[in-house]
Design a binder for this molecule. Structure first.
Ligand code: NAD
Length: 278
């Protein structure tokens, strides 16, 4: 029997609806505020920022957009972050990555107050995440966890394979899965016998950025497959997992598009509400 498809689009829409209801009736001055900083004119980043602004409008979060030219200097950017840190209207600050070359991303992220770090990328919050403390955590892995929870599976003790070790997806996903008592293995570009490792996974999280990297035959029958990849092939979006063959073996699988993607922005809104104490 083919896998059940996890409908991230619907789960995300339900979450946004719930948040909108929680914020309804609030006056403008009483709404959570999200500041988004975009430096330069990377087209993909511009699309993401527009989507975030739209989500804010939809649920009733005040959005403060700061679109800066690509040649913005370090001092100017840090000064803006300082002002946003001090602003009473701003509860969450997001700096859209990647920043243009020449800007020290770590320095910029570290300048955000941890209490306003809506992406959960500040070293303080990363430390809290790995220590199992409550914190604001990166949005895409939070979305992954929500999708896993939607299946109703008991994660405790399951062999979980995360393919990809980026700071924004793979590593924080591993931390969250560990905190749910999974047995976590991380694979990356130097992993030996990667297909054999993936075959052990009761849960497989693919975050590599290579189309169809995880083939159907690597999927253990009955596994839950979360495909984080967003790759454009011949004008269409495809994930990192070879979808059709994996669908035949998995118990649950996320589609691309319509799986993890919509969850990321829903979780960004959730983090904003959390930081605003809503
Ligand atoms: P990244 O490029 O920062 O990291 C990719 C990881 O894959 C690296 O850790 C690398 O070690 C690993 N990798 C690369 N080649 C490999 C190989 N041949 N064998 C094994 N491992 C290999 O990417 P990222 O930012 O983590 O994103 C991964 C994918 O997820 C991309 O397609 C990206 O577009 C997508 N993504 C989606 C969302 C979303 O909201 N759905 C959010 C973030 C990223």
């Amino acid at each position: 029997m083919p896998a059940s498809i996890i409908d991230g689009k619907k789960i995300a829409a339900d979450l946004r609806k719930d948040m909108k209801a929680r914020l309804s009736g609030r006056s403008e001055g009483d709404r959570p505020g999200l500041a988004v900083v975009l430096v330069g004119d990377d087209p993909a980043s511009a699309v993401y920022v527009n989507q975030k602004e739209k989500a804010c409008r939809e649920i009733g979060v005040n959005s403060f957009m700061h679109r800066l030219p690509g040649d913005t200097g370090r001092g100017e950017l840090l000064a803006l972050i300082g002002r946003l840190n001090a602003s009473r209207e701003v509860h969450g600050i997001l700096v859209q990555l990647p920043l243009p070359e020449g800007i020290d991303t770590k320095e910029v992220i570290s300048a955000i107050l941890p209490q306003k770090d809506v992406d959960g990328f500040h070293p303080y919050n990363i430390g809290r995440l790995w220590s199992g403390e409550s914190t604001v955590a990166p949005c895409t892995p939070m979305g992954i966890m929500a999708l896993l929870d939607s299946t109703g599976i008991e994660m405790k003790g399951l062999e979980t394979v995360v393919v990809g070790r980026s700071n924004i997806v793979g590593k924080p996903a591993a931390a969250m899965l560990l905190s749910r008592h999974c047995t976590v293995t991380m694979c990356h570009s130097r992993t030996k016998d990667l297909p054999d490792v993936v075959r052990r996974g009761d849960i497989v999280v693919a975050a590599v950025g290579i189309p169809n990297f995880v083939t159907g035959e690597m999927i253990k029958p009955g596994a839950v497959v979360i495909d984080v990849g967003i790759n454009r092939v011949d004008g269409a979006l495809v994930g990192d997992v070879e979808f059709e063959p994996a669908l035949q073996r998995a118990s649950f699988i996320t589609p691309v598009p319509g799986g993890v993607g919509p969850m990321t922005i829903a979780m960004l809104m959730q983090n904003t509400l959390q930081l605003a104490g809503v």
